[in-house]
Design a binder for this molecule. Structure first.
Ligand code: C2O
Ligand code: CU
Ligand code: CU
Length: 459
């Protein structure tokens, strides 16, 4: 899909309806030609001419999630009508080597379109990839996504889906259920993407650490050893895996409770919804409901179950590479130099499945934040709900300063950061290079569709 000449890359991406086989069964999906879509491998500094064609029977568009490119190019509000095309022309920023992705961004339709399979990876390569400890590793791209089917179709969204964000019982890695990866080398470099609408993956390699080398926006300063890694919807991570002895290594998703409402023993039917609509229950008073019996037995919080996502089979006599001693310097942002501090409060009216930032639902005609080009800002993100929300900002990569008052353990470029319930996360946002209109939103895309998004204008 990628043609290269004189530092210019030409690529074509087409959205279409497609019939695939998932877990041995036929599935009617919408994809960029397969799931995941074609991986766009780009290099720092290259000029990209990406032509996007919409062959779906509905409007869509293409968002370059995480790439620092002008919002006039990566315009989240522009639509591409059925049968039409749009050219995305941009330069891959220097220092951006990392793992990104593309997906639709039509407000109100992101959840159904993403869920149906419209997602692909965008890999940016840079000089650091030549480091022997990285170059010598075996690279794999792993796209994590869950699905729910009724026959070969994705069923319509229920009220409950809009409240929680839809999860599904079919967990896949690159569209395969519990695949086996037979490693040729003893060091693996895994580029991970959570492309699920709402499912969180608390990743762990049974009995072995993960070595985090890159987050959403590229490399860390040095590898960070982690017993587990939480990947919220929209987030990416690159990890090194060292296979020190032969045998199987299971990549698991450990139980995680994101505060979604669940019914004990099944999906909520219309009857339950009726009661909820009549105000018999709201998300904030769940504690009390247990005492009243009826709703208490119907509703509850639920952690996901432990699942094996992938089994890695090590080579016969593995000799893993040493870890890289250092990676890329990560710029230190000075919050003391910030010219504005802003507060963003996430709120919800759960029973209506309406979501807010600073008390307001998304309005494309309203500018929520006006900021100055070239300035550094500190954003205080406050989750006033009982559910986790992954906060995502387009165009301008940021760094987490603190979480719950505790300083971030290492510097890293991010574009999506998870907020647990009642949590306060402070981020430093350099509004550099590009002016224009862009958005921030929750990356549980049902919440984005139902209002949890705002507009930032930089000039
Ligand atoms: Cu991946 Cu505006 O989102
Ligand atoms: Cu994005
Ligand atoms: Cu949310």
């Amino acid at each position: 899909e990628v043609l290269r000449a004189d530092g210019v890359v030409e690529a074509q991406i087409t959205a279409r309806q497609s019939n695939l086989t998932l877990s041995g069964k036929p599935a009617r999906l919408m994809t960029y030609g397969g799931f995941p879509g074609p991986t766009l491998r780009l290099r720092e500094g290259e000029t990209v001419r990406l032509n996007f064609t919409n062959n779906l029977p509905e409007a869509t568009n293409l968002h370059l999630h995480g790439l620092h490119v002008p919002p006039s190019v990566d315009d989240p509000l522009a639509l591409v009508q059925p049968g039409e095309s749009r050219l995305y022309e941009f330069t891959v920023p220097k220092g951006s080597a990392g793992t990104y992705w593309y997906h639709p961004h039509v407000h109100g339709r992101v959840a159904p379109q993403l869920y149906a399979g419209l997602a692909g990876l965008l890999v940016v390569e840079g000089p650091l990839d030549a480091l022997p400890e990285l170059k010598g590793a075996e690279e794999h791209l792993l796209v994590l996504k869950d699905w729910l089917f009724s026959g070969n179709r994705i069923p319509a969204w229920t009220h409950m889906d809009w409240m929680n964000g839809r999860e599904g019982n079919l967990l896949t890695v690159n569209a395969a259920v519990r695949p086996t990866l037979r490693a040729q080398k003893a060091t693996l470099r895994l580029r991970l993407l959570n492309a699920s609408n709402a499912r969180y993956y608390r990743l762990a390699l049974e009995n072995h650490p993960l070595y985090l080398i890159a987050t959403d926006g590229g490399f860390l300063e040095k590898p960070v050893e982690l017993p587990e890694l939480l990947l919220a919807p929209g987030e990416r991570a690159e990890v090194l895996v060292r296979l020190s002895r032969p045998g199987n290594y299971r990549l698991q998703a450990l139980p995680y409770d994101r505060g979604a409402m669940m019914m004990h023993g099944g999906m909520m039917g219309d009857q339950g919804m009726g009661m909820m609509d009549h105000g018999m229950m709201d998300h904030g008073s769940r504690g009390g409901m247990g005492d009243t019996g009826m709703m208490g037995s119907m509703m509850g919080m639920g952690a996901t179950r432990l699942e094996t996502l992938l089994t890695i089979v090590a080579p016969a006599s593995p000799k893993p590479l040493p870890l890289p001693a250092s990676l890329a310097p990560v710029e230190r942002l000075e919050p003391a130099r910030a010219t504005a501090t802003r507060r963003f409060e996430l709120g919800e009216r759960m029973m209506q499945a309406e979501f807010f930032i600073n008390g307001q639902m998304f309005d494309p005609a309203r500018v929520d934040v006006r900021a100055q080009l070239g300035s550094l800002e500190v954003w205080e993100l406050v989750n006033k709900t009982d559910m986790d929300h992954p906060f995502h900002l387009h165009t301008y990569p940021f760094q987490v300063l603190s979480r719950g008052g505790k300083p971030a353990p290492y510097r890293a470029w991010k574009d999506t950061v998870n907020l647990r319930k009642n949590e306060v996360v402070r981020i430093a946002v350099p509004l550099r290079d590009f002016s224009g209109v862009t958005v921030y939103h929750c990356h549980i895309v049902e919440h984005e569709d139902r209002g949890m998004m705002g507009i930032l204008q930089v000039k």
